[in-house]
Design a protein around this ligand. Sequence first.
Ligand SMILES: C[S@@+](CC[C@H](N)C(=O)[O-])C[C@H]1O[C@@H](n2cnc3c(N)ncnc32)[C@H](O)[C@@H]1O
Length: 300
Amino acid sequence: MDQAASPLEYRKSSINMTEEDFRTVSNLLYRLTGICLDQSSRQIVESRLSRHFRDSHAGTFSEFIEGTLLRNGQVGASLLISALTTNTTRFFREPAHFEIFSRDVVPQISRRARKGERVRIWSAACSSGEEPFSIGAVLLRDFPEVCEYDVKILATDVDRLVLEKGKVGRYRAQSFSGIDQNLSRYLVKDCGDGINELELNDDLRKLVTFRYLNFVEPWPVSGPFDAIFCRNAAIYMDPEVQARLWIGLEKVLSPDGCLFIGHSERLTSEVAIHFDSIGRTAFKRRKATLQTGKGNSVCL
Ligand SMILES: C[S@@+](CC[C@H](N)C(=O)[O-])C[C@H]1O[C@@H](n2cnc3c(N)ncnc32)[C@H](O)[C@@H]1O
C-alpha cells in the first residue's frame, strides 16, 4: 500500500531552487570547469541535482549546496562536474573527421612510426571513450601493425565517472548499430551473442590511455601531439575560456599536426592564422609559421 510522504520526504522531493542557489551552482561550475550555464539550463540543473539532493542529509537545497557541493572538497566538485557536464557522444560522431584523419593523418604518422618515431594523438574531452576508440579503430584498419610501434592515444576528460566507463571498455550493443562492418570489426571483440553489452577489441584498448585533465587547470601533458581531437566541449564555455583552450592546444600540437574541433565550434582568429583548413572544422598547422616564446608567430 502506498504510504503518504512524510513532510520531510515531501519537501525533499522538490528542489525549489532559488535564483541565488542557481547563481551559486553556476558560479561554482564555471570556476571548476569554465562551463557557462544560462537561465535556460535551470530546469536541467534542478533535475540533474535532485537525486543527489534526495540522497543527502540536507533539509533544503541551499543546505545541500553549502554542505555537499561547497564544503566537500574534491568529492563535492566531482559530484557537481559529473552531474552537470554534458557527455553526449557516440562512435564516429561527425564522421567526416575520421575520413580526413584516415586520408591526411594516418599515412604521415604510420611513416613516422615505422621509422621508430614516437606518435601521440590526443582525444581531449573524450567523454566515455567512443571518440578515442573510433580514432583507434581507424588506426587499426589503416595501419594494422600499429601496436608494434610507439603509437598511443591519450584520452582525457574532467568527469571522472565517464573516464571509468571508457576504462571498462564495454558498451551497449546498440552503440555500434549503423557502423560500417569494415570499421566495427576493429572495435568489438567477436563475442558471439553479446546482446546487451559488447566488449572492445584488446588491441584497441591497448592503444588508448584514459586520464583526468581539466582544461582550466594546468595541463599535465607536454606533447607534441600529431593530432588533437577537441570536439564539442568548448561550445559550453565562454569565449575567453575557449580562446585560452585553442591557444593551449596549438602550443602542444606538432609542427605538422592536425586539429579537429566540433562542427559547431570556431577557432579564434588569433589561432586560426596558424592553420590551413583540411575539411569542415578540421585543420592542419600551416608550415611556414613557428611559435615564439611570447606567443607571436614568425615566418620562416
Ligand atoms: C559533449 S562531450 C564531447 C565528447 C566527444 N569529444 C564528442 O565530441 O563526442 C563534452 C565533454 O567535455 C568534457 N568537459 C567539459 N568541461 C571540461 C573541462 N574543463 N576540461 C576537460 N573536459 C571537459 C565533459 O565532461 C564532456 O565529457
